[in-house]
Design a protein around this ligand. Structure first.
Ligand code: C2E
Ligand code: CA
Ligand code: CA
Ligand code: CA
Length: 281
């Protein structure tokens, strides 16, 4: 038994070693991924709950790794945040998404009113150049500032809400719209609504997944968030809608916007024109 224990301990440490070294590999490879043109932006439609018409797209980054294939942002964004790479990566995603949105607006009939939502990290808020970078990216793209929705995850904003508010106010003054992402999963979400210039709440899919009869409590929570948003005059997007039953519940509850696999997974940009034509035809 003792030997077996030792063998297991060895295997365990080997596995840890493999994991640690693959993480180190990823870390150093991520530093070059931008220069090597390995990052991709995918787009997921956001739809009107009552008509199912498209109102905009959310930009979601992926890493087309030469050996491992497409790597999820859940795996490499935390690394990018720890190494500081999130600053150039975030700026690249923003410029890429704005250029793409402007291209669709001019090339696709009916796409002129579509918004583009871009995620950003709290670390970008601490970058003294962030507001200037957003302003410059907007000018270069030719897109109206009101077409850009910046999505911020509340759980990462906790540390310095005053500094965050200052930067967000400057972005708001540019005309950019701000969304509170993953609403309901962080801690001081209500305080953030009070202090930050946000126009939209995105309801986390952990609640949306309970709609459609799955979990009556989830429906009550979604209803409460929608009521709260209405009384604060905020827009609401329900995330992660996968079934018609969930959509019907959102209609009953009165949520205005939604996104999820029910309409589309995030798609590479070249597939969007065709998707839009099918969606409207
Ligand atoms: P998020 O901002 O909450 O994005 C929504 C995530 O839910 C996306 O995962 C999307 O693919 C997924 N999703 C959408 N609809 C459904 C559905 O119906 N069912 C299920 N199961 N999932 C759905 P993704 O693309 O893997 O992104 C994960 C997270 O990575 C994002 O969560 C966001 O926090 C972060 N992220 C993505 N792109 C960026 C970026 O450019 N910058 C930063 N800072 N973070 C990013
Ligand atoms: Ca988001
Ligand atoms: Ca979210
Ligand atoms: Ca999320």
């Amino acid at each position: 038994a003792k030997n077996r224990g030792r063998a297991q301990a060895m295997m365990f440490s080997e596995e840890m070693h493999t994991r640690a070294s693959s993480r180190l590999d990823l870390e150093s490879q991520l530093a070059r991924a931008l220069d090597h043109n390995e990052l991709r932006v995918y787009y997921q439609p956001i739809v009107d709950v009552s008509t199912e018409g498209v109102v905009g797209f959310e930009a979601l980054v992926r890493w087309a790794h030469p050996i491992r294939g497409l790597i999820s942002p859940l795996e490499f964004i935390p690394i990018a945040e720890q190494t500081g790479m999130i600053i150039p990566i975030g700026e690249w995603v923003l410029r890429e998404a704005l250029a793409q949105a402007q291209k669709w607006r001019t090339e696709i009939p009916g796409a002129a009113a579509l918004s583009i939502s871009v995620n950003f990290s709290v670390l970008q808020l601490q970058d003294p150049d962030f507001v200037a970078v957003v302003a410059d990216a907007l000018t270069r793209s030719g897109l109206a500032p009101t077409a850009l929705h910046l999505e911020i995850t509340e759980s990462v904003m906790m540390n310095d809400i005053e500094a965050a508010a200052e930067t967000l106010n400057a972005l708001h003054a540019l005309g950019v719209r701000l969304s509170l992402d993953d609403f309901g999963t962080g801690h001081a979400s209500l305080g953030h609504l009070d202090r930050l210039p946000v126009q939209t709440i995105k309801i986390d899919r952990s609640f949306v997944g309970g709609l459609g009869g799955e979990n009556p409590k989830a429906a009550s929570i979604v209803q409460a968030i929608v009521n709260l948003a209405r009384s604060l005059d905020l827009d609401v997007v329900a995330e992660g809608v996968e079934t018609v039953e969930q959509l019907l519940d959102l209609r009953r509850i009165g949520a205005r916007l939604a996104q999820g696999f029910l309409w589309s997974r995030p798609l590479p940009p070249q597939e969007i024109p065709q998707w839009l034509m099918r969606a409207s035809g």
